[in-house]
Ligand binder design. Sequence first.
Ligand code: ACO
Length: 338
Amino acid sequence: MTEPGSTAPTYPLPVRIAGTGSYLPEKVMTNHDLELTVDTSDEWITSRTGIRERRIAREDEFTSHMASEAAKRALEQAKIDPADIDLIVVATITPDTLTPATACYVQQQIGAFKSVAFDVSAACSGFLYAMELARHAVGAGAFRNALIIGAEKLSAFVDWNDRNTCVLFGDGAGAAVLVPSTNGGGRILSSCLGTDGAQAELLNIPGGGSACPSTPGCTPTKTATLAMQGREVFKHAVNAMRKASTDGIAAAGLTIQDIDLIIPHQANLRIIDAIVERLDFSRENVFINLDKYGNTSAAAVAIALDEAHRQGRIKPGDKVLLVAFGAGLTWASAVIEW
Ligand code: ACO
């Protein structure tokens, strides 16, 4: 009930990011390490992708563990107790188990027992899909706050004998806490999401699901490892991320000149360069960390957002464009006023 004399809130409420966090496993795998196991070279990987090394989770370190560590750091920064979290959305294509959702393990691990918790599967766009769902859930007043996480243990779903894919991916997690934005103080201005299911075959994990289960008595004909038509994916990635960027900026009522920082999906430096050129944007104002972590799918934008924030690359009032692309095919953007 509204107190006498106070103004009733007007829904939907604007929503802001109150804290970010990330976690990367300790183990570093360099391009030179990969030279010892597959027919590749540091020169090939660096010149074709920009990736120099990636992090690999321990055998007993699952997606939920990395997600929980990132979540704790984001909650600490937001000064919110896990017990006060209403909603947890984990974006992942490498869940601990097919069911229950990885978000349920995270809820248990961080002690967010009052929260509703579930996963979204939208590959590299997953964190931005989660952000858009959570923005509407919090903005509508259905939940007081939300913890969104992008987390992946891709090393468990990569064929380490396939040089076309194994050099590209890494493990890690990133998180953000969303709350209503009162008294100004920044807000998510716009978001654009898209999906093209007709291109589902370009990038998938063909085995391990109901189409090719690994249940007793059933011989799986397809492996549960990432398969990708790299060249085709590359072309779609450039077009989709450029369009998601321009649509997101227009939906926010802005132009590219208003954007202070772009945080793109960290898949390939050549993809990022192609987008930045098409947007006519300064490369200096693009956040890049794929040289250290490779492609961590749903975690990539989340980790980059946290690093950019903690390194002081985002200042109050800055307008930040997040943009991603992944299996599905899916794409997404969000424009945030910090
Ligand atoms: N080391 C050495 N040679 C290699 C390697 C390697 N690791 N991998 C491939 N090659 C070879 C190929 O076999 C090919 O040889 P060939 O000409 O004798 O057949 C040659 O290098 C060129 O291969 P291309 O596929 O044409 O290389 P390209 O320049 O396209 O780069 C890459 C490949 C890096 C995969 C690129 O296409 C790419 O980044 N695609 C997009 C990936 C992406 O963005 N994914 C995002 C979504 S991920 C998700 O949703 C989980």
